[in-house]
Design a binder for this molecule. Structure first.
Ligand SMILES: Nc1ncnc2c1ncn2[C@@H]1O[C@H](COP(=O)(O)OP(=O)(O)OP(=O)(O)O)[C@@H](O)[C@H]1O
Ligand SMILES: [Mg+2]
Length: 223
């Protein structure tokens, strides 16, 4: 299993009480598998993704990423593990306004160590794969929403992540562009053997994934 979440609980202080956002959640995603994470608004899907992405330490439970249990790691090691093994795509592309499509993808290699010739070639190859061969030098302002989201997907794939996390990646797209980004995401998951966790409200997308895991609202207040 490339991604294993075990007994994850997240609580936040709520005045004098404690609000439970995730209550003992278990989830496993195998290499090459796409799991759709569904559930009502507020059920904790984005919170669980933040835990899986090592961006949020759970109150209790364990997170295993590519065979490494992240709980005991100091922050610096967690950051390194995240950079090398986890790709994240958000609802909006979050691109840097002044960089070209090519640079948005290359910058990941730069941040993780070295931007060498092989990394440059790989960035270009990924952008070609997502259908942006003729948009390599375009900045975000010159790209459509669907094109920007495809750049974000290429960027998430740059380090050949063992784990790919996507939080409603097609929410800002029309159905045709959304389906296209979904197709690429499923294709690249298989090609790279990534463990992909996809948050979606779309029933068709959930059905298109290998498996669906539904969160129910945990939120309960304990005094
Ligand atoms: N830092 C925080 N402090 C307090 N409450 C929080 C915090 N983060 C999240 N919550 C609450 O936790 C619950 C789960 O939030 P989360 O964003 O994970 O839900 P979601 O399932 O992604 O919802 P949506 O489908 O609307 O994106 C919500 O009720 C939210 O208000
Ligand atoms: Mg959310």
């Amino acid at each position: 299993m490339s991604l294993v979440l075990e007994n994850i609980t997240v609580t936040v202080p709520d005045g004098r009480d404690t609000l439970t956002i995730l209550d003992a959640v278990d989830l496993e995603v195998a290499a090459g598998e796409t799991v759709a994470l569904t559930g009502p608004s507020g059920s904790g899907k984005s919170t669980l993704l933040a835990v899986a992405g090592l961006l949020l330490r759970p109150g209790s439970g364990r997170v295993h990423v590519a065979g490494v249990e992240a709980g005991a790691l100091p922050d610096r090691e967690r950051t390194r593990l995240r950079g090398g093994t986890i790709g994240i795509v958000y609802q909006s592309a979050n691109l840097l306004p002044s960089l070209t499509a090519r640079e948005q993808v290359e910058v990941v290699a730069h941040a993780n160590g070295r931007l060498d010739r092989a990394a440059r070639d790989r960035a270009e190859e990924l952008l070609v794969r997502v259908g942006l061969a003729d948009r390599l030098s375009a900045q975000p302002g010159q790209l459509s929403g669907g094109e920007r989201q495809r750049v974000a997907l290429a960027r998430a794939l740059m380090m050949e992540p063992a784990v790919l996390l996507a939080d409603e990646p097609t929410a800002s797209l029309d159905p045709v562009r959304g389906a296209e980004v979904m197709r690429l995401l499923l294709e690249e998951t298989t090609r790279l053997g990534a463990a992909t966790l996809l948050v979606t409200h779309d029933g068709d997308q959930a059905a298109g994934a290998g498996r669906e895991v539904r969160l129910e609202r945990a939120a309960s207040t304990v005094g």
